[in-house]
Design a protein around this ligand. Structure first.
Ligand SMILES: [Zn+2]
Length: 413
């Protein structure tokens, strides 16, 4: 079946400006033509037509950092442990609900960086088969951490190079799309130290070498400078968080930023609307209070990375404290704020579409061009002018399949 979509603006995920009064043609799940309505002629007269007046059509969003089975509430760890006690079915249902919330706001790809293998890979296959309403899922499954380390609840706990090798091999064999390793402790896990490295430089090198041998990339979680430095030296493909935090401040390392830019190692800062909400909470948790005190310095470090030319990957850490999956447009929009990265709307949108695809090695999504998957999002207004419009979802197509959105009638009216 051929579908002809027409919108006031079509932005391809890359160009400086959208096509005004543009069209996109979709056949068998792929984009086959893009252009100006004035040039359509009678070429697609037989196609099913979908007019989306007042909207901007753009590539579906990529959320570069999610946790499928976290609740996104104020108490995600407590919720998680309650779900685990109730069994894998409950965890799976949590993931399915999260994924549907993401799909409904135009997220067409998520990268999951920490979920039990049995749940992560099952929902990934269900999503690929169209059996659930969900973005496409790329998943690390179970991460690699140290004994008692960050997110030990669902990770392989490894203390030697051999144990790391074994964990990476297990993940590859179970069907992981990439490997996630916790290079430092994290805020979510009591009795870990976010400001200290968890693995030695050699251990991280072993992880990357073994993953590379098996054709997998490595995403390294790192808050603190030493963990970031070791993960970059080891050749991780992305650094998650990358805030350069120390116990009482922030120590940006311009040299490591240069090395990341040169090696095209991306960073996913996972700050956005979620952090703003957490900061605004009347009774913030101790880690949030700590971040509040350091936020200007953290933002300065992240801007330092952007200025050094380090590829920026948008991602919300959906599932963790105060970051629900359905809030992703607001998270992307927050990157534009002067109190955050101060990006132009276009730059923020690139980080969630074409730029994200490039960093993740996805060659079939993130741009609107012939031959690409028909991962499309229509929002009311023009998010390239006012990024807040990204949250005005009117239509979503996932690999050529339209999602049944309640407001679709309104969009077409
Ligand atoms: Zn995370």
């Amino acid at each position: 079946m051929t579908t002809l979509l027409q919108a006031d603006r079509v932005w391809d995920g890359v160009a400086p400006e959208p096509i005004h009064r543009g069209f996109v043609v979709v056949e068998d799940g792929l984009i086959t033509a893009v252009g100006r309505q004035g040039e359509l002629g009678s070429r697609f007269d037989g196609a099913r037509r979908l007019d989306l007046p007042g909207t901007t059509l753009l590539p579906g969003l990529i959320n570069g950092h999610v946790h499928l089975t976290f609740s996104g509430s104020a108490t995600p760890v407590e919720d998680y442990l309650t779900d685990v006690a109730a069994g894998p079915c409950v965890l799976t249902l949590r993931a399915v609900a999260n994924l549907e919330a993401a799909a409904r706001v135009g997220v067409t790809t998520v990268r999951d960086l920490g979920t039990l293998n049995d749940v992560a890979f099952a929902v990934r296959e269900a999503a690929a088969g169209g059996r659930i309403t969900s973005p496409r899922i790329i998943s690390s499954g179970q991460p690699v951490t140290v004994t008692g380390g960050h997110c030990h609840w669902f990770s392989h706990q490894c203390d030697t190079p051999d144990e790391i090798r074994r964990a990476v091999r297990r993940q590859a064999s179970a069907g992981a799309d990439l490997v996630k390793i916790f290079a430092t402790g994290g805020n979510l896990t009591p009795r870990t130290n976010p400001f200290a490295a968890q693995f030695t430089a050699e251990e991280l090198r072993v992880c990357v070498a073994e993953a590379t041998r098996l054709g997998l990339w490595v995403a390294a979680h790192a808050h603190a400078p030493e963990g970031i430095r070791r993960a970059v030296a080891a050749g991780a493909s992305t650094i998650e968080h990358c805030l350069f935090e120390t116990a009482d401040g922030v120590e940006f390392d311009a040299g490591v930023a240069e090395a990341m830019a040169a090696a095209r190692i991306g960073f996913c800062p996972t700050i956005g609307a979620g952090i703003r909400r957490a900061l605004a909470a009347s009774d913030p948790s101790p880690p949030v209070r700590r971040i509040r005190a350091k936020l200007p310095a953290i933002v300065a470090a992240l801007r330092g990375l952007v200025d050094a030319g380090v590829p920026l990957l948008a991602g919300s850490d959906a599932g963790v404290t105060g970051h629900p999956f359905g809030d992703y447009p607001a998270d992307v929009a927050a990157l534009v704020g002067e109190d955050m990265l101060g990006l132009t709307p276009r730059r923020a949108l690139v980080a969630a579409t074409s730029g994200a695809a490039m960093i993740l090695g996805l060659t079939d999504t993130g741009v609107i061009a012939p031959g690409q998957r028909a991962d499309l999002l229509a929002v009311a207004g023009d998010p390239l002018t006012d990024i807040a419009d990204l949250d005005r979802t009117r239509y979503v197509m996932q690999g050529g399949t339209p999602l049944a959105l309640a407001n679709l009638a309104e969009a077409a009216a």
